[in-house]
Design a protein around this ligand. Structure first.
Ligand SMILES: Nc1nc2c(ncn2[C@@H]2O[C@H](COP(=O)(O)OP(=O)(O)O)[C@@H](O)[C@H]2O)c(=O)[nH]1
Ligand SMILES: Nc1ncnc2c1ncn2[C@@H]1O[C@H](COP(=O)(O)OP(=O)(O)O)[C@@H](O)[C@H]1O
Length: 215
């Protein structure tokens, strides 16, 4: 008789940071290092206007406010929040389907969304990215060259409020040297994967022993 154990679900990782601290760049670089289809970043829905070069369906699903609100009513979001006066949300179906296929999913979301995900899915691992200083944060927002002075001022004004939630997260990374932060980020992700794989194999061995002793 052969025993089959159900394939393990993928791992869910929440990544939050004040705007400009480097979370999108870190997730993108990690996915480039592991481009075997075992990891995906969730593409959020937003009502904010696309930045130059942003592609609908790739960077975000850009929606109008009425469509976003209809999706809230229809319970289509795993989590959603209002950030910088715009709505942002994660599609429930995509996340659930992707995890079921055994693929790890990264959510680039704010602290309000992180709270909702932790409640819905307590096994999610959460990582907070800090900039080395507020001056460096502002410099990064400016050098990204995608936001107006007004938008940058708004984001800097909200940075400390976002950072005040760092203690709600499982891990804290200070993104000073990019490659060093990327390596630490990768260690967190791989350690989680190994632990879950070990648990799964222990479970499978135990099941085999039980069945072998049966009768
Ligand atoms: N709750 C929630 N926050 C999101 C989502 N997508 C993006 N955000 C957050 O919204 C904030 C602004 O994102 P964005 O406009 O792309 O600016 P950026 O972080 O400066 O690149 C960031 O803190 C994101 O993490 C989402 O689906 N849900
Ligand atoms: N460790 C780092 N050192 C220098 N620049 C960085 C570092 N991490 C990210 N950046 C740059 O800072 C800017 C903001 O990064 P981004 O990933 O867009 O931030 P976020 O997604 O958190 O808003 C980008 O231009 C990015 O290339």
């Amino acid at each position: 008789m052969t025993t089959t154990s159900a394939a393990a679900d993928g791992n869910l990782f929440i990544v939050a940071a004040p705007s400009g601290a480097g979370k999108s760049s870190l997730i993108r670089a990690l996915l480039e290092r592991h481009n075997d289809g075992s990891m995906q970043v969730s593409v959020s829905c937003t009502t904010r206007a696309p930045r130059p070069g942003e592609i609908d369906g790739e960077h975000y699903h850009f929606l109008d406010v009425a469509t976003f609100q209809r999706k809230i009513e229809a319970n289509e979001f795993y989590e959603w929040a209002k950030v910088f006066d715009n709505y942002y949300g994660t599609s429930r179906k995509v996340i659930e389907d992707t995890l079921k296929r055994g693929i790890d999913v990264f959510l680039d979301i704010d602290w309000q969304g992180a709270r909702q995900v932790r409640e819905a899915y307590p096994q999610a691992q959460s990582i907070f990215i800090m900039p080395p200083s507020l001056a460096v944060l502002e410099q990064r927002l400016r050098s990204r060259g995608q936001d107006s002075d007004d938008v940058i001022r708004g984001r800097m004004a909200k940075a400390q409020a976002e950072m005040s939630h760092y203690h709600e997260f499982d891990y804290l990374l200070v993104n000073d040297d990019f490659n060093e932060t990327l390596t630490n980020f990768e260690h967190i992700v791989l350690a989680r994967r190994h632990r879950m794989a070990l648990q799964q194999s222990r479970h499978a061995t135990k099941l085999k022993d039980l069945l072998a002793n049966d009768g």
